[in-house]
Design a protein around this ligand. Structure first.
Ligand code: FMN
Length: 355
């Protein structure tokens, strides 16, 4: 089976509203396209005559072994793609052997998901209350046994997703583009919030949505435990840079002081390998998670991760690399862009040819 078939099954299973919610981005969707363009304009510089009869692909993050350096990012309203929602993500992550980040914007809630499976778990919170409200939730996150707490910092305002607006579709979170009051606490979030959390709580903190070197440096200086570079899958700021383009400056700024996660457009094993070459500790597969969940629930997610693993294995082997820690920046080079489309489905060209 191919990842393209899984994407096609998701398209068949979902209503147009949900399909567009899944694949869409903000405004002109240039950030969605640029994520894929940035990946497509990198080519490999393979090595030859290295023994690749065994290939080590595991990594460790927050004390948990990742079977491949791919994690499952937070997906709001994932219960609309499959009724098990966040609990199904925990099941899939546990069965395959990876980590998940649960969105506060999905069902069931973090306390219900906490005991499901045995995978590493992070809770990502959108701030919709005051500091006392946030503190209470962080305390409960710790009590529930989460491995880390995550703030998404690229979402100070909720963007205009025109596929949704055009159809007057309101996503499951109930959020629509607004400069309004429901997201005020999220809009007010600042570096003091980070300092407050680091001072008061003993749980690793992840900042998701770091997009420039100076912020990455400041985050690590402030004690942030994992720097997560992302443009929210192109769903927030329009005309952002492609995430893999941003990655090298983040990795240089962090300078080994914290793990770096990257996401944005990573849909195939070769995409993941490119991220690892440029210094990511792990790659987040957001839409791939949503697609495979919509295709066949947790079993679909496990199958997608297995195929991704196979693709990573083949890419590394054909590049002459037998250990994930030997993936280095000299193995990729920026080249002329591939012709054609660069949206989400461009990762699965057979679908466009009517297979
Ligand atoms: C349907 C959907 C819902 C999302 N919801 C959230 C969310 O609740 N919190 C968050 O931090 N990021 C959210 N994201 C962003 C993802 O966590 C991730 O950054 C993004 O999907 C990565 O890009 P990719 O989809 O191209 O892999 C969402 C993404 C999608 C596609």
């Amino acid at each position: 089976m191919t990842l393209g078939e899984i994407a096609e099954q998701a398209r068949t299973n979902l209503s147009l509203n949900l399909w567009d919610y899944l694949r869409g981005g903000a405004d002109s969707e240039s950030s969605v396209v640029r994520n894929r363009m940035a990946l497509s304009s990198l080519a490999f510089r393979p090595k030859i005559l290295n023994d690749v009869s065994t290939i080590r692909k595991e990594r460790t993050l927050l004390g948990h072994k990742l079977r491949i350096p791919v994690i499952l990012p937070p997906i709001g309203s994932i219960q609309q793609f499959h009724e098990g929602g966040g609990a199904s993500v925990a099941e899939a992550a546990s069965e395959f052997g990876t980590m998940m980040i649960l969105s506060s914007s999905c069902q069931p809630g973090f306390e219900e998901v906490a005991p499901v499976g045995d995978c590493g778990k992070v809770f990502q919170l959108y701030l919709v209350g005051d500091e006392a409200w946030m503190d209470d939730i962080i305390e409960r996150t710790i009590v529930a046994g989460y491995d880390a707490f995550c703030l998404t910092v690229d979402t100070s305002l909720y963007s205009r997703r025109e596929r949704d607006i055009h159809k007057r579709y309101v996503p499951g979170s109930g959020r629509v583009a607004t400069s309004g009051t429901d997201f005020l606490a999220q809009a007010r979030m600042n570096w003091d919030t980070v300092a407050h959390i680091k001072e008061k709580f003993d749980i690793p903190l992840i900042l998701k949505g770091v997009a420039r070197a100076d912020d990455a440096m400041r985050a690590v200086d402030a004690g942030v435990d994992i720097v997560y570079t992302s443009n929210h899958g192109g769903r927030q700021l329009d005309h952002a840079r492609g995430c893999i383009e941003v990655l090298p400056e983040i990795v240089a700024a962090v300078d080994g002081r914290a793990p770096v996660i990257v996401d944005g457009g990573f849909l195939r094993g070769a995409d993941v390998v490119k991220g690892l070459c440029l210094g990511a500790t792990a790659v987040g597969a957001g839409r791939l998670l949503a697609l495979s969940m919509a295709a066949r629930g947790p079993a679909g997610v496990v199958r997608a991760l297995e195929i991704l693993e196979q693709e990573i294995h083949l890419t590394m082997g054909l590049m002459g690399i037998s250990d994930v820690d030997d993936l280095t920046p000299d193995l990729v080079e920026r080249v002329a862009l591939l012709p054609g489309r660069h949206d989400m489905m461009s990762a699965f060209p057979l679908l466009e040819e009517g297979y």
